[in-house]
Design a protein. Structure first.
Length: 78
């Protein structure tokens, strides 16, 4: 879950995955080019993403665990 979404500066990503282990969070632009990535050691948490330097539009966020996609969310920046 993202809050707020749409974002106007910062947004928080809340995640709670079924399996234990680290999670990698990847934010891309609409063409698929990676803009930001972070790996966290826990299956549950909250990450703040600074969106001030991103142009208005849609940005996919994908969560990976053990090399597999375990979640997707769409971030909208105003």
């Amino acid at each position: 879950m993202l809050s707020p979404n749409p974002s106007q500066g910062k947004t928080a990503l809340f995640y709670n995955l079924v399996n234990k282990g680290e999670v990698t969070i990847l934010l891309s632009d609409p063409t698929g080019r990676a803009l930001w990535q972070k790996t966290e050691p826990f299956q549950k948490g909250q990450i703040t993403i600074d969106t001030q330097d991103y142009a208005s539009g849609y940005y996919p966020i994908v969560l990976f665990q053990n090399g597999k996609v375990v979640g997707r969310v769409k971030l909208i920046v105003n």
